[in-house]
Write a protein that binds this ligand. Structure first.
Ligand SMILES: [Fe+2]
Length: 289
């Protein structure tokens, strides 16, 4: 089995006008992170697991596509995207098609061609990359419908030469100690777990949480990568969400003796850790801690 090295980004939150709803400039965060990642060696592909555009706009998606595409194109590797809860399917499709782009920006994916969702598959040097669409318009949580799960089951029925990865925005795992997290992640995770059981999937790669988290869904490893725009600071009281600056990325090494291996890379920015907001998700208000 060939080894693969995946650069995993998520939650770029670029808007039509630049800053996100908290006033953080996603373009600056992404550009700085990609600059700091320029010496990461031997990458085979880049995946971006949703919340591409903070406002769901085509323009926001296009900016991310162009910045990530420049990074990927210089390395001759594909760049692949899934939707997030901030994305809108029309804006995503207009800029990214079904989300699977080659080094030159051309479409390389095969769409699931399901109504209302943007799921697709491609193969990168023998590694099958499947993107799912867990977006529920207007809601922070994620869902996968029966049609999408049936399509996934059909795709995975035949093993790929170097196995598969599944990319979706909402993690099918959560931390019980963070009281609001369960209601914000993928609902009915067991249904996804059943679709993955006994298949060649190395790992499920997710975003949404804006902090790193690993767990298992059945026997399948799950990884949530930190956000590009902000990072959730889990030293906050459990009922509060504290967002801080500090763009991050992950690298996932597949096919080696310890497959899969996950590690996190941090942008070298002087404002890392600076508080952006403290939010009470139950009351729906920003608070002073
Ligand atoms: Fe996000």
């Amino acid at each position: 089995m060939r080894r693969h090295r995946v650069l995993h980004l998520s939650d770029t939150h670029v808007s039509r006008t630049g800053p996100d709803e908290d006033g953080v400039d996603g373009v600056t965060a992404l550009r700085g992170l990609l600059r700091d990642l320029r010496r990461v060696p031997q990458l085979d592909l880049v995946v971006v697991s949703g919340d591409i555009a903070d406002d769901g706009s085509e323009e926001g998606c296009a900016v991310v596509r162009d910045l990530v595409g420049e990074f990927a194109g210089a390395r001759g590797i594909p760049h692949i995207y899934s939707t997030g809860n901030h994305d809108r399917r029309d804006g995503f499709t207009a800029a990214l098609g079904c989300g699977h782009l080659g080094p030159d920006g051309s479409a390389i994916g095969r769409s699931a061609e399901l109504d209302d969702v943007i799921a697709a598959v491609s193969e990168v040097n023998g590694l099958r990359v499947i993107t799912l669409d867990s977006l529920v318009p207007g809601s922070p949580h994620g869902e996968l419908g029966r049609n999408q799960l049936n399509w996934l089951t059909t795709e995975l029925a035949t093993p790929a030469p170097s196995g598969s990865i599944v990319v979706l925005h909402h993690p099918p795992v959560s931390l019980d100690a963070v009281v609001f997290m369960r209601s914000a992640v993928l609902q009915q995770p067991d249904e996804l777990g059943q679709a993955l059981a006994g298949t060649d999937v190395h790992a499920v790669l997710c975003g949404h949480l804006h902090h790193q988290l690993s767990g298992r869904l059945g026997q399948t490893p799950v990884w949530a990568t930190p956000g590009v725009i902000t990072r959730m600071d889990l030293t906050a009281p459990p009922a509060l969400a504290r967002g801080v600056l500090g763009a991050c990325a992950s690298v996932i090494d597949l096919g080696g003796p310890s497959d899969p291996m996950f590690h996190t890379l941090h942008a070298r920015t002087p404002d890392t850790g600076k508080e952006v907001y403290v939010y009470d998700p139950v009351a729906g208000v920003h608070v002073q801690e």
